[in-house]
Design a protein around this ligand. Structure first.
Ligand code: NAG
Ligand code: NAG
Ligand code: NAG
Ligand code: NAG
Ligand code: NAG
Ligand code: NAG
Ligand code: NAG
Ligand code: NAG
Ligand code: NAG
Ligand code: NAG
Length: 875
């Protein structure tokens, strides 16, 4: 009897359990793989959201379910800005087969991204602003419904490519935002198959190469952001833009795009056109200026030519055009011969080689390949062997004084224009060794004509010996436009807008945000929170005691500079470091740490890395990587010195010059913050074991800022002999990135000239003052500063380039100096394309008053620097 009771009790329990079970099911709880996964997730993350203690997972905050037929499945996981840490457990895609949306914005998730392969319901993935460390191979295969993929701001990802992750298999994508994720390599041809894309954002990565042909198929794009790639970035022409007629926001800044800006007359409502910091050439067409919606334009720091474009300033409120080669510094027509020569350049596709010197309003002033007589009449155009492509422009006929025209040894196509026969003064024309076709027009017999080695060219008045090569058809182009309009889809205006605002506002603004949030906090918590928030960017903070210990009580001094003394030290793990103890200075904790973090994010092969810092009461120190070789001054050649240090050869010096320029360029144009160095000198250039230069001591001008009296400048900013004149006196202009360019020029002159250019001991060594003077004189006489460096014939070009460039850099007027990017272009380009610099007349201010009026002040080397600040945040 007792047994039966027991039994019936068991049955009751069983029933109850069953009932309960049913209850749970009808309560829409989640089961099986999904429940297992969510439980694993709960274990893997911290802090666990409080509501995740609930039995019913559908009640967990951030988890949304969809139920049908008594079962429930996870439809959405949205855990934005919850300070969550941890790794997502493996098996994500095998468990959550019903997922439509995954959003983990702004947390600290680490480890690999979850593999999403085969999640066919997935529409929306937003993992921006996390600390993920890798993108698994093939991670985005088989996602036919994925609309939005946003990984923006995951700086800690190991380098990856679109190809390796099969991103371009997601054909339904309308929004793809992968900025600041260490994306590298070139863009694959398959990218062109994502024809639904409306937003493509790949900014602040390490993309290289030219865009694939198929890129022009992305004709539904409204937002295209490819700006700020490392190491020169994307290249090739931007012809593809002409087919993307729906674009409203375009940012291609700071890449290496070349060629002219294409015709935009078919575009609908352009609002932002940011093309600054490329190598664009040619004239700006009227179609670019005619938009009634265009409010922001940057064309600065390109090689644009011709008339300065005139934008409607009531609409275009933000306009930057400086650093180009426009003929005048205001809108207006160019000199007739300039117009003619630019038509000539246009027919060649506006090659960069011509754009470098073909600027300003007088072709007789240092335009390469053009020779004028004493009355400024163009007599010779010699474009022999320049790899020119394109055609011979009929506009040559407008150079009515032309006597000699050399175009041989290029790759020119098309026919010889009939109009050339009207050149009454022509004596010699050489178009041999090209791919010209058609019939040779009838020239006067007095002209020496060389047309040999043009396979398709027919002698005049005789039948063609071969038919001209077929012209490439343009049908594909039209086909894609049609296809695109057919596929044109409804605009996710809000989405686009949201992302735009987010990109503009948040782009690398982590620092500011955290700063704001922590502003009211003080003391140690301040640092700890800060360091924690930085995640991968984090710097280690050391106490003064630790610093003292690691330097072995400041035993081995490595050097001393304006900002403090540097000691050798080793960390607990044995790593050797250099510790700079900063001199006493005022300034808030926030400023110091802010700056230290900015410096720490500045990582470039040509810049010394910051590893940690110390801020302990009044003691401030910065801990840097230790560079094994000596600083550059130990290698600079010195005729007068009996020192035993060995000299470097020209090739190495050339590589070092380019390296330093690259490092400076990174500081000046770095993607987050513009940093001025203001103390460039050989002692601050360290060389590693491969003689790669690394810039030290940057960013300290800000940390150690004091009031800007000359005394403090001499103490903390700049070193005599390298200081730009504007740092002494504002008569010379504003302190700007051009001040670093000046010091750079002095540094290069010193290492090639082999003489200290210090201005100390003025009385005893008066000749030293004129250091740049005699280099200039040497150059005028065809010599190079060969004081202690013999150079072989084949090094002539290198020596000449370095000399010309450094003389440009030390122009007393900052506006006349090139930007550091121009310096790199000049050093790497052909020596012929470097214009001859004016004599840098430091001690005569005349030049400032009577400036060379023939050279436009919108000249590439004359950017206006008044708006620069010592450290100015970028847009
Ligand atoms: C993913 O990319 C690889 C090449 O990396 C390719 O072989 C494979 O077919 C792609 N997967 C899909 C589903 O297209
Ligand atoms: C960028 O990519 C190149 C290879 O394309 C690599 O050599 C370089 O180290 C990368 N730079 C960074 C900062 O990742
Ligand atoms: C500039 O734009 C304003 C506002 O649309 C318009 O009224 C004005 O006529 C335009 N000016 C020129 C020169 O096109
Ligand atoms: C235009 O350039 C030519 C040089 O080819 C020069 O002779 C002429 O004076 C210039 N005209 C103006 C108005 O600057
Ligand atoms: C034209 O330029 C080429 C290459 O710089 C040079 O070799 C040649 O001598 C020049 N011809 C004349 C006539 O100046
Ligand atoms: C022309 O191209 C060849 C091969 O690409 C290169 O070696 C040469 O330097 C180029 N010449 C000029 C003037 O750019
Ligand atoms: C020469 O210049 C005139 C005036 O600028 C222009 O009308 C004409 O088209 C030009 N000729 C050629 C062949 O470009
Ligand atoms: C970010 O990831 C790195 C590397 O895995 C790790 O060292 C760091 O602690 C992480 N930061 C945070 C805030 O999780
Ligand atoms: C001081 O340095 C020694 C080794 O040089 C190390 O063993 C010790 O842990 C350090 N002490 C502190 C407080 O860092
Ligand atoms: C540079 O700025 C000054 C005033 O700030 C202005 O007068 C001058 O015209 C500008 N020059 C150029 C080339 O923009």
């Amino acid at each position: 009897m007792g047994e039966t009771r027991l039994k019936s009790k068991n049955v009751a329990t069983l029933l109850l359990m069953l009932l309960l079970g049913r209850c749970v099911v009808s309560n829409n709880d989640i089961k099986g793989d999904e429940a297992n996964y969510l439980n694993k997730l709960k274990k893997a993350i911290s802090p666990v959201p409080p509501s995740w203690s609930s039995e019913n997972m559908c009640n967990w905050s951030g988890v949304s379910c969809i139920s049908s037929g008594g079962t429930s499945n996870v439809e959405e996981i949205i855990l934005d800005s919850m300070s969550l840490k941890g790794q997502l457990p493996p098996g994500f895609n095998n468990s959550l087969g019903y997922l439509r949306r995954l959003s983990l914005i702004n947390n600290y998730f680490t480890g690999p991204l979850p593999s999403l392969v085969g999640l066919i319901s997935l529409q929306d993935v937003d993992l921006r602003s996390n600390n993920f460390t890798s993108v698994p191979h093939g991670c985005f295969q088989n996602l036919p419904n994925l609309n939005r993929l946003i990984l923006y701001n995951n700086n800690n990802l190991a380098p990856w490519t679109l190809f390796s992750a099969n991103v371009t298999d997601c054909l339904a994508l309308t929004t793809l935002s992968l900025g600041a994720t260490n994306l590298m390599g070139s863009l694959p041809d398959t990218l062109g198959s994502l024809t639904n894309l409306q937003l493509l954002e790949l900014s602040s990565n390490n993309l290289t190469g030219s865009l694939p042909k198929s890129f022009a198929q992305l004709i539904n794009l409204q937002t295209l952001l490819l700006n700020d790639q490392e190491h020169g970035g994307l290249s090739g022409t931007i012809e593809f833009l002409s087919s993307m007629t729906h674009l409203s926001y375009v940012n291609l800044e700071r890449n290496s795009f070349q060629g002219p800006i294409p015709d935009l007359s078919n575009w609908k409502d352009l609002q932002e056109l940011m093309l600054g910091g490329n190598k664009l050439t040619g004239e700006v067409q009227p179609s670019v200026m005619n938009f009634s919606t265009l409010w922001q334009v940057s064309l600065e720091n390109n090689w644009l030519q011709g008339p300065m474009p005139l934008f409607n300033r009531t609409i275009t409120t933000n306009l930057s055009l400086e650093g180009n080669g426009f003929c005048l510094d205001h809108a207006g027509p160019c000199n007739h011969t300039v117009t003619t020569l630019l038509q000539v350049a246009e027919a060649f596709g506006y090659p960069l080689l011509l754009a470098r010197t073909w600027r300003g309003n007088n072709p007789c002033k240092r335009w390469s390949f053009i020779n004028c007589d004493s009355q400024d009449k163009i007599r010779t155009v010699n474009l022999t062997k320049l790899n020119l492509t394109g055609t011979i422009s009929p506009a040559f006929a407008n150079l009515t004084d032309l006597r000699e025209l050399y175009l041989s040894g290029n790759n020119l196509k098309g026919s010889i224009p009939e109009s050339l026969t009207s050149l009454s003064q022509l004596q010699i024309m050489d178009v041999s060794n090209n791919n010209l076709s058609g019939t040779i027009p009838t020239f006067s017999p007095a002209i020496t004509l060389n047309t040999s080695n043009n396979f398709y060219l027919n002698p005049g008045n005789s039948p063609p010996k071969a038919s001209p090569p077929p012209h490439p058809s343009k049908t594909t182009h039209h086909y894609w436009i049609k296809l695109g309009s057919a596929a044109g889809s409804v605009v996710g205006v809000l989405v686009i807008f949201g992302v735009i605002i987010f990109i503009c506002k948040r782009h690398f603004n982590l620092v500011e945000k955290i700063m704001l949030r922590r502003e009211r906090q003080h003391g140690d918590h301040y640092f700890e929170n800060l360091i924690e928030s930085y995640g991968s960017l984090s710097l280690k903070r050391y106490t003064y005691k630790e610093v003292k210990n690691m330097t072995n009580s400041f035993k081995e001094k490595l050097g001393e500079g304006g900002y403090g003394i540097v000691y050798k030290a080793s960390l607990a793990n044995g790593q050797q470091v250099a510790v700079k103890i900063l001199k006493e200075s005022k300034g808030s904790v926030k400023e110091f740490v802010d700056e230290a973090f900015i410096i720490s994010r500045t990582s470039h092969v040509n810049i010394v890395s910051l590893l940690g810092f110390c801020y302990d009461k009044n003691k401030k120190a910065l801990i840097y990587e230790f560079i094994h070789n000596d600083s550059l001054d130990k290698f600079a050649c010195r005729k007068d010195s009996s020192s035993t240090t060995h000299n470097l050869d020209w090739k190495t010096l050339y590589q070092i010059s380019i390296g330093i320029a690259r490092g400076l360029e990174y500081l000046h144009r770095g993607c987050n913050t513009r940093i001025l160095h203001l103390d460039i000198k050989p002692q601050n250039i360290l060389l590693d074991e491969h003689f790669r230069p690394k810039i030290a001591d940057f960013g300290l001008a800000k940390i150690c800022k004091k009031d800007q009296s000359i005394v403090s400048i001499m103490g903390t900013r700049g070193t005599p002999g390298y200081i730009a004149p504007e740092i002494f006196s504002r008569v010379y202009g504003e302190v700007s990135h051009k001040s670093d360019v000046y010091s750079y020029g002095m540094l290069i002159l010193e290492i090639i000239g082999g003489r200290r250019n210090y201005y100390e001991n003025v009385e005893s060594q008066a000749s030293e003052i004129c250091f740049p003077d005699w280099i200039y004189k040497d150059l005028e006489q065809g010599n190079f500063p060969t004081n202690c460096l013999p150079h072989r014939e084949e090094e002539n070009d290198i020596a000449r380039k370095m000399t010309l460039v450094s003389l440009w850099c030390i122009q007393p007027n900052p506006l006349n100096r090139p930007s550091i990017s121009d310096v790199i272009d000049m050093l790497e380009g052909p020596v012929d394309s470097i214009p001859y610099p004016p004599k840098p007349d430091l001690f005569s201010s005349k030049r400032f008053i009577s400036q060379d009026t023939n050279v436009s002040s919108s000249n590439r080397y004359e950017t206006n620097s008044t708006t620069e600040e010592i450290v100015s945040k970028k847009r």
